[in-house]
Ligand binder design. Structure first.
Ligand code: SDX
Length: 380
């Protein structure tokens, strides 16, 4: 739709290039994805989440000494202020974990010594701190809302292993840790998706990293974005058994129901992350004796793809994977945030380092210009 001055309305900014970035190379037509030039399949299989954080923050895979430094900095930053734990105890028990997390990030900004410093080095220090603290906050809130005491971080476990430990109180196996670690890598960064773009808009006003991440959490929460994973699992729970998939699919298609986990704004040929997560989900569902969730997902994928040519996106197979790893369903989106904070903070650093205020236009389609009418003359 062309505006009067010839500029064009592009709904949802579809296809609009809003920034140059060195972080993520997303080829939607061919279903390919790379972080700083490294293919996502190689990173998911051969790198740890700590290596991927370093890659996104510094642009290069770390050598051993650099990886130790980043790993130790992440471990050192795992504690959260006791005031935050007290705040979790004051929240209504039914508080949505994503709302609790948004409040937590705002509070962590109140306690961060670099909170209002947007310099490159300060932003990198905050990126490390908040990446670690976010994981601890998610698990502490969950334990407190469940009537349990928070589990203190274990300094001998990796970021992924420590998350599962703080969540459940049990030290996870190497296989489970690797599957969860790969999930965090797969969710770490994805170009200008809605939540990352939100962090860039906030950053472009020269606001600060904690404010930008709090905004990103608000965007990620929505079911059209990060909230889809939880919705996929609720769909599988609604279906209940493999034998019910056909009847469910027929009804959903007849009702033109929007099925979460399917479709993507950019990928047309397929989401490369879904293919990797499918393999991780198959292994984890088999290991945990919950194979039916994987079987149901595969059958639903086939039915919906055959009927509507819709591809499964990253959130489709991460749902049975997270469920089989013992993640509560309403913590799926916080878990996605646990990975995506690496990409958000890397984008925030990149935006601050080469900034211009982000301010698109609106095309006015309201009432024409008209004289003011005093209150007494406005009729009933
Ligand atoms: C993520 O952007 C990113 O990179 C996001 C993400 C990341 O890593 O940050 O990849 C993570 O958010 C993945 C997407 C998670 N969301 C969902 O699974 C929600 C369900 N998906 C859809 O709502 C939809 O596919 C979107 C929101 C993902 C994309 O929407 P678009 O590009 O605006 O496409 P659309 O809604 O205009 O749909 C185009 C057509 C429509 O058909 P018509 O009305 O034109 O006939 O496809 C249909 C839609 O009805 N369609 C679906 C569908 N998704 C699209 N029909 C049924 N079920 C669906 N899920």
């Amino acid at each position: 739709m062309d505006k009067k001055d010839g500029s064009q309305l592009i709904r949802g900014l579809e296809g609009v290039v809003a920034a140059e970035t060195k972080l993520c190379d997303l080829d939607g037509k061919n279903g390919r994805l790379a972080y700083c030039g490294y293919d996502i399949a190689d990173l998911a299989r051969q790198a740890t989440f700590e290596e991927v954080c370093h890659l996104l923050w510094h642009g290069e895979l770390p050598a051993a000494v650099q990886l130790d430094k980043t790993t130790l900095a992440l471990i050192a930053a795992r504690e959260i202020p006791r005031e935050l734990l007290q705040t979790f105890r004051l929240m209504p028990k039914a508080t949505d974990p994503m709302r609790a997390l948004q409040a937590a990030v705002a509070m962590l900004g109140m306690h961060d010594p670099d909170a209002t410093d947007n310099a490159h080095a300060a932003n990198l220090r905050k990126a490390v701190r908040l990446t670690s603290q976010l994981a601890t906050a998610i698990c502490a809130h969950h334990r407190i809302r469940s009537g349990q005491e928070p589990v203190a971080p274990a300094s001998d476990l990796s970021h992924a292993g420590n998350f599962l430990y703080m969540l459940t109180g049990a030290r996870p196996s190497a296989v489970v840790t690797k599957a969860f670690d790969a999930s965090l890598t797969l969710y770490a960064e994805h170009e200008l998706n809605a939540s990352t773009f939100t962090t860039r808009v906030i950053t472009s006003t020269q606001s600060d990293l904690h404010s930008a991440v709090a905004g990103g959490l608000g965007a990620l929460k929505g079911p059209l974005h990060g909230g889809a994973g939880e919705a996929v699992m609720r769909t599988l729970l609604e279906i209940g058994e493999v034998a019910n998939v056909d009847a469910f699919s027929d009804k959903a298609l007849a009702e033109k129901r929007r099925l979460m986990g399917f479709g993507h704004r950019v990928y047309t040929a397929g989401d490369p992350r879904a293919a990797i997560l499918k393999g991780l989900a198959e292994e984890a569902c088999r290991q945990s004796g919950q194979f039916k969730w994987f079987e149901m997902a595969v059958k639903l994928h086939a039915r919906i793809n055959a009927a509507k040519k819709l591809i499964p996106n990253v959130d489709f197979y991460s749902a049975p994977l997270f469920y089989s790893l013992g993640v509560p369903v309403d913590l799926f989106t916080p878990v996605i945030a646990t990975g995506r904070i690496a990409g958000w903070t890397a984008n925030i650093v990149e935006q601050h380092d080469d900034n211009r205020l982000i301010r698109p236009r609106g095309d006015y389609v309201g009432a024409g210009r008209r004289p003011f009418v005093p209150l007494g003359q406005r009729g009933a």
